[in-house]
Ligand binder design. Structure first.
Ligand SMILES: NC(=O)c1ccc[n+]([C@@H]2O[C@H](COP(=O)([O-])OP(=O)(O)OC[C@H]3O[C@@H](n4cnc5c(N)ncnc54)[C@H](O)[C@@H]3O)[C@@H](O)[C@H]2O)c1
Length: 247
């Protein structure tokens, strides 16, 4: 990557709370950002609110053809992508016996397959320019077995962790880093709406720092991993969980 060219970044799930915070942070750091999300209307609203994103595209990341089409359009309209943040995700809190086959497939499609389709489509340009950053938004669930999170979610995030390691090894010699972040209990609808008040109260007692994580805290960590300063970090999953899990 030449120093003159402004970095181009793709953020998935960009209409969500964390995705919007990541978009905002990358823009503040000088990136041009393409926002992707399946929720087209919410995405357009977010883009208007954030102002400076270069494009917003309604894409289901679990649909391989839609991802190929979107990546081709991004390449044609804006040039090669330097940074991919695989943030799109859906949560299910059902444990194994309460999980339907459809639910299992959907969680895998969005949380795991989507990250693979995007990385596969964007890696060739990263290889050509011998520069790239991929950051996968995993979860503490992959390490803890899922405290409140369900089986499909936990397994999808475990797969995303393994995808991180696999890709990191494949492209390490080509100036491309692939890392993950493993947040727990970020103040987004996954916590404020998908957990009960009783669960939230119990968690606040359990989390050593006694608060939920702010989306901006995760966004800054992702932006660091996307920066040139993080070139010696690859194949790493960084915890951000207020001390809930220490290793
Ligand atoms: N909130 C937490 O406590 C927490 C903890 C650990 C990990 N995470 C992860 O952080 C990421 C962001 O979650 P959030 O908390 O901001 O939730 P959110 O629901 O606000 O954002 C998720 C976004 O992903 C989008 N999305 C869903 N399915 C999609 C698809 N098929 N294609 C494209 N976009 C799709 C949604 O429309 C939404 O805008 C997720 O991957 C989530 O698993 C969140």
């Amino acid at each position: 990557m030449t120093a003159e060219r402004q970095r181009l970044s793709v953020v998935t799930g960009a209409a969500g709370v964390l995705g919007a915070a990541v978009t905002r942070q990358l823009i503040a750091d000088g990136h041009r950002v393409v926002m992707l999300d399946v929720a087209g209307d919410r995405l357009q609203e977010k883009k208007s609110e954030l102002g400076a994103a270069v494009a917003a595209m309604a894409v289901d990341v679990g649909d391989p053809e839609a991802v190929e089409w979107a990546c081709e359009r991004i390449r044609n309209d804006h040039g090669p992508v330097d940074t991919l943040v695989n943030n799109a995700g859906i949560l299910s809190n059902h444990k194994a016996e309460g999980t339907t086959a459809e639910e299992w497939r959907r969680l895998m499609a969005v949380n795991l397959d989507g990250a693979f389709y995007l990385a596969r489509a964007l890696l060739p340009d990263m290889r050509r320019q011998r520069w790239g950053r991929i950051v996968n938004v995993c979860s503490l669930a992959m390490k803890s077995g899922g405290l409140t999170a369900g089986t499909a979610y936990t397994v999808s995030k475990g797969g995303l962790g393994a995808l991180t390691f696999s890709l990191a090894r494949e492209v390490a010699a080509e100036g491309i880093t692939v890392n993950g972040v493993a947040p727990a209990y970020v103040r987004t609808p996954m916590v404020t709406e998908q957990l009960t008040a009783v669960q939230r109260k119990a968690l606040l007692r359990q989390i050593p720092v006694h608060r939920f994580c702010e989306p901006e805290e995760v966004a800054r960590l992702i932006a660091f991993l996307a920066s040139p300063h993080a070139g010696f970090i690859t194949g790493e999953i960084i915890d951000i969980n207020g001390g809930l899990h220490m290793d």
